[in-house]
Ligand binder design. Structure first.
Ligand code: DQA
Length: 146
């Protein structure tokens, strides 16, 4: 069965209370529950994780080499800073989709730069919490085509 890993970076554990005017009021636990429902509909297995630590995210990306067919990553602010996460994704050759709740192209200039974008096959952003199940559909379609 196709196995998908969803990774969430720093501060996303605070979804629901964190800047709701930007990120909405849905919690990460609610998003995970919705993703697990979507995963069952799509007949894939899903592992959903969050860390505030760059090295932990990198270790999880390395683990994906053996255990997962695709990665969806919302790297939070590491999107804009982490060459190390970009390199980890490039190193494992697991198809990776970049995801953001907000539209990073319509915010501050520093959010326009995405290192993850250099190694991801696609980008979903600006759909809030609904972007997560959308991303699952997108990656499953992508994997079926490759
Ligand atoms: C984010 C956008 C990033 O710029 C920000 O640092 C986040 C969340 C998003 O989902 O919109 O932490 O990745």
């Amino acid at each position: 069965m196709t196995a998908i890993l969803i990774l969430n970076g720093p501060n996303l554990n605070l979804l629901g209370i964190r800047q709701p005017e930007v990120y909405g009021t849905t919690t990460l636990a609610d998003i995970e529950a919705e993703c697990q429902t979507k995963a069952r509909q799509l007949n894939v297995t899903l592992d959903f994780r969050q860390s505030n630590h760059e090295g932990v995210l990198i270790d999880w990306i390395h683990d994906a080499r053996q255990a997962f067919d695709g990665i969806i990553i919302n790297a939070g602010a590491y999107t804009h800073t982490s060459i190390a996460i970009m390199d980890a994704i490039a190193s494992v050759s697991v198809p990776t989709l970049e995801l953001h709740l907000s539209n990073i192209h319509e915010r501050e200039d520093f959010r326009r730069v995405s290192y993850i974008g250099n190694v991801a096959f696609d980008l979903i952003m600006g759909h809030g919490a609904k972007g997560y199940p959308m991303a699952l559909e997108r990656i499953v379609t992508h994997l079926a085509q490759t």
